[in-house]
Design a protein around this ligand. Structure first.
Ligand code: DC
Length: 217
């Protein structure tokens, strides 16, 4: 049994890489960003003050499930809804709230407890799985990350200019890395991969090489 932690800023390609890697290694992929997005969706629907830690009492009646890669929030499949621009623009707020992080970190540890996993997020190598056998910090230039995000959105029929997308990514990077609770930070023992000039397959093979180098497969 082994764990792979992949952290990095928005748009670095973490989920695409983690998904391919998990399938190549035949282990489970756990997308923690989707969990923060699901909590944000519920918070917006409830109309709570997202800045106020006391508004998150709803967590105790919240049920998250992952079923064949689909995200189920309180029995509803929200896999597409959590990718909307509205959720992306708001997700940094619930992500900085202590009780939200505690709730989700606990859940993430529980679901990865007895199996090999690839987990991606911002605090996986530092907080969630500090003993992970392999930690990757995946990054890329802001422009490159913005272009990827635009392409992804175009496929979903959403158009935003390069300038707007760069600004959106810079704001989220700033919020994710300066918050008090578990800011985005490279774990000291993480291997840094800059994917700016690499294809998806090149990044996946680089990680598989690191996995075999460590004798995990
Ligand atoms: O990877 P993503 O874009 O789906 O993540 C959405 C947000 O969730 C991101 O802006 C910060 C937050 N997040 C976090 O704080 N910790 C994680 N482990 C994963 C995501």
């Amino acid at each position: 049994m082994y764990k792979i932690a992949i952290d990095g800023p928005a748009g670095a390609g973490k989920s695409t890489i983690a998904k391919k890697l998990a399938s190549a290694l035949n282990i489970e992929y756990i997308d923690t960003g989707a969990m923060y997005r699901a909590i944000t969706l519920k918070a917006i629907r409830l109309g709570i003050d997202m800045e106020d830690e006391n508004s998150y009492g709803f967590l105790k009646d919240t049920n998250l499930d992952i079923c064949n890669g689909r995200f189920i929030l309180d029995g509803e499949d929200v896999s597409e809804k959590i990718r909307s621009v509205e959720i992306t623009e708001n997700v940094s707020t619930p992500s900085k709230i202590k009780c939200v992080r505690e709730f989700l970190v606990d859940y993430q540890r529980k679901i990865s407890d007895k199996k090999s996993v690839v987990m991606d997020g911002r605090d996986i190598g530092t907080v969630v799985l500090p003993k992970a056998e392999l930690k990757i910090f995946l990054t890329a230039s802001v422009e490159c990350r913005a272009r990827r995000r635009m392409l992804e959105r175009k496929l979903a029929g959403i158009e935003k200019s390069l300038e707007e997308t760069i600004e959106e990514i810079e704001i989220r990077d700033y919020k994710d890395s300066t918050r008090k609770e578990s800011p985005l930070k490279k774990s000291e023992d993480a291997v840094v991969i800059d994917s700016s000039n690499m294809s998806i397959d090149e990044v996946v093979s680089t990680i598989i090489y690191l996995v075999s180098e460590r004798g995990l497969v």
